[in-house]
Write a protein that binds this ligand. Structure first.
Ligand SMILES: NC(=O)C1=CN([C@@H]2O[C@H](COP(=O)(O)OP(=O)(O)OC[C@H]3O[C@@H](n4cnc5c(N)ncnc54)[C@H](OP(=O)(O)O)[C@@H]3O)[C@@H](O)[C@H]2O)C=CC1
Ligand SMILES: O=C(O)C1=N[C@H](C(=O)O)C[C@H](O)C1
Length: 233
């Protein structure tokens, strides 16, 4: 498969390594304002920056190149991408986290949220820790976790960064050098604490999941998620 890497930073480089190991070719690697012809690629993988994601994804969809995006912090424009993809009969996947482990963690989180929904003594919080170069907070993964809880527990209506208001889930975002990504969900009562945690040891899981998603989408049309790719949940 001929792959375009839209964004050739930490993730773009990790994806390149795995894509080459799996027999693919990288035909485009972009940073900032590079010029390129997207139709040279069979599929595009966008891991760029929040302000560039929408333009990168739209360009692929308008040129009938299937695209997967892992860029976080641009989701106010997600519905516009979905509409464009339907109009152009394109193919698109966004995931806040492409790793298999985190996608299992998402399922575990929803099951636990359902179980905890009747136990009102427990106070909930989400903590995410990432490297200091991360541009957005909270992480996309923490937002997906919060949405999974809101869907399964009527006590919560939204989320807030660093605050604990009654109906909102507090998300604490910490930035520590070199941390690839750690997410912890804690339910604390006066008696005990129940915690679930996912700790990425490196970026390989994100990169492998992104390449698997690119292999999966290449001959499809529509808007999909990692649940479709991994067939879980
Ligand atoms: N969904 C998931 O599984 C994961 C998602 N992420 C997300 O992926 C994104 C990238 O992360 P990471 O690789 O660590 O970040 P980096 O900062 O290391 O890389 C970002 C890259 O995007 C490039 N870039 C800037 N503007 C554009 C543009 N207009 N078009 C294309 N590329 C551009 C930058 O170029 P330059 O160097 O020239 O500025 C840089 O190479 C983030 O949003 C992060 O949250 C990260 C890990 C996993
Ligand atoms: O910026 C990162 O590094 C990561 N970003 C994603 C997010 O915002 O959830 C996924 C992963 O945690 C690493």
């Amino acid at each position: 498969m001929k792959i375009a890497l839209l964004g050739y930073g930490k993730m773009g480089k990790a994806i390149e390594t795995i894509a080459l190991q799996r027999g693919h070719t990288i035909v485009i690697k972009t940073s900032k304002t590079d010029n390129y012809t997207i139709t040279d690629a069979d599929v595009a993988i966008d891991f760029s920056i929040p302000s560039a994601a929408f333009g990168n994804i739209s360009n692929c969809i308008n040129n009938q190149v299937p695209v997967i995006s892992g860029t976080t912090g641009w989701l106010d424009q997600y519905n516009d991408v979905v509409s464009l993809c339907k109009k152009q009969k394109g193919a698109f996947i966004y995931a806040s986290n492409f790793s298999l482990g985190v996608n299992i963690f998402f399922e575990l989180n929803e099951t636990l949220a359902k179980m905890m929904s009747k136990l009102t003594d427990y106070k909930l919080d989400i903590e995410e820790i990432h490297h200091t170069q991360k541009l957005d907070a909270p992480s996309g993964t923490a937002i997906t976790l919060a949405e999974g809880i809101i869907k399964n527990n009527d006590a919560y209506k939204g989320w807030e960064l660093d605050k604990a208001n009654n109906n909102n889930i507090p998300i604490v975002a910490k930035r520590i050098p070199e941390v690839p990504g750690t997410h912890t969900i804690s339910y604390t009562s006066p008696i005990d604490t129940i915690k679930i945690e996912h700790e990425a040891h490196n970026r390989q899981g994100f990169a492998l999941g992104a390449v698997i998603a690119a292999e999966w989408i290449v001959d499809k049309t529509g808007v999909f998620t990692m649940k479709d790719v991994l067939n879980i949940g």
